[in-house]
Design a protein around this ligand. Structure first.
Ligand code: 13P
Ligand code: SF4
Length: 379
């Protein structure tokens, strides 16, 4: 279907907030039916069930970036996830090869709520990373550092990696990406998640003594001595996920005591103390596959976002699934994408007045794509 020029008046959001979920669901479905395969709704596993039910495809951040990269028929992607994911979708879905296949027609990417950001991604700003790079150049040879950014980062950081021979990783390929980096250089600057960087490098035999933490707010050298930076293998950015950092060693001990034989399954964004005590640490996709393939009667405690754990509980009644923390650990920004925002953004799109369009500027997209393509070639 064709969409009218986007000069039309935008529909206000407020009236949608008072509608019942049943009505919102019907109206969303009506837009999906009308727009057909040209509309692709992507849902990250941490989304609410009602949103997942209306998504064409669901996945973790790696799978979703692949789906956006591979999509052939879609003209519009409505991304039920967070800002950095929508930016990534815009970059890969509109890469030169795809644009040529579509005679220059762009895929428009929409984030239903612009406030759906990621607190971890916000912990590394491009000016901080650039100034860290300049500071590092005073004590080590930056030609011998590969910058690696977790996909949970702004496009400007991915572009930084593209420009400096670096690469993007996700939680499902971090080890393969670090190996790629070490085949090229002696050191890695890993941002923004210190825990994913540390947990992955520890598995590869790198020690904490070789992994200084770079605090962008410290006075000099990220709070490190010159000697520590010179002895480093991985320089870890001082960032974390506010959801996964809430899981603690005492939660693991308490559940092991209460449920002998329990298996502890965590995301590598959890702190090292939790990761070390877990039976299995893996990406969102790996967590799902592990539960899916386990025999009935397995007892699990899972340390990752609450909506995903609750969905696993519902989908696998043959297993006993506990949430690893006694307190609620949910991603408040993912949670901002609700049916009201989804319906509002879809009806505006169908009316020819798209809202919340995520478009990465050309130069940033070009360099980001280089770092993303390196990742897509690694695994
Ligand atoms: P995944 O890469 O496992 O999808 O994780 C994304 C995320 O935001 C985890 O906090
Ligand atoms: Fe960001 Fe953590 Fe939310 Fe993932 S769970 S989007 S890392 S705040």
């Amino acid at each position: 279907m064709s969409i009218a020029a986007p000069e039309q008046a935008k529909l206000p959001l407020a009236p949608y907030k008072s509608l019942a979920n049943s009505e919102l669901t019907e109206r969303i479905q009506a837009v999906r039916d009308r727009m057909g395969p040209e509309l692709l709704i992507l849902g990250h596993h941490y989304q609410q069930d009602e949103v997942i039910a209306l998504s064409d495809l669901r996945g973790d951040s790696y799978q979703l970036s692949r789906m956006a990269a591979d999509s052939t028929s879609c003209r519009w992607i409505v991304f039920c996830g967070v800002h950095f994911m929508a930016e990534t979708a815009d970059i890969v879905a509109n890469r030169p090869q795809k644009l040529a296949e579509r005679n220059g027609t762009r895929v428009t990417v929409i984030l239903p709520d612009m406030a759906a950001g990621c607190s971890m991604a916000d912990m590394a700003a491009i000016d901080q990373v650039e100034s860290a790079w300049d500071d590092l150049a005073e004590v080590v040879d930056t030609a011998d550092i590969t910058p690696v950014t977790y996909i949970n980062s702004a496009a400007s950081l991915k572009a930084f990696c593209g420009r400096h021979g670096g690469i993007v990783c996700t939680s499902s390929n971090a080890e393969a990406v670090l190996k790629w980096a070490f085949a090229r250089s002696r050191r890695v600057l890993f941002f923004p998640d210190q825990h994913l960087g540390r947990n992955t490098a520890l598995k590869m035999g790198i020690t904490n003594a070789q992994m200084p933490v770079w605090d962008p707010h410290a006075d000099a050298y990220g709070g490190n001595t010159e000697a520590a930076l010179q002895a480093s293998q991985v320089i870890l950015w001082k960032g974390h996920c506010s959801v996964h950092q809430m899981f603690r060693a005492e939660h693991v001990h308490a559940l092991r005591k209460a449920h002998p034989g329990i298996r502890i399954l965590v995301h590598p964004e959890c702190p090292q103390e939790v990761n070390d005590l877990a039976d299995i640490s893996g990406s969102t996709g790996a967590i799902i596959r592990t539960v899916q393939s386990a025999p009935a009667g397995t007892i699990w405690a899972i340390g990752t976002e609450l909506h995903l754990v609750n969905r696993l509980k519902q989908e696998h009644p043959e297993q006993e699934i506990h949430f690893l923390s006694p307190v609620i650990c949910m991603c408040a920004t993912m949670y901002r994408i609700n049916l009201a925002h989804l319906c509002w953004s879809l009806e505006n799109l169908a009316a020819g007045a798209p809202v919340n369009v995520i478009k990465v500027d050309e130069e940033t997209a070009r360099w980001s794509l280089i770092a993303l393509e390196r990742m897509l070639q690694v695994v």
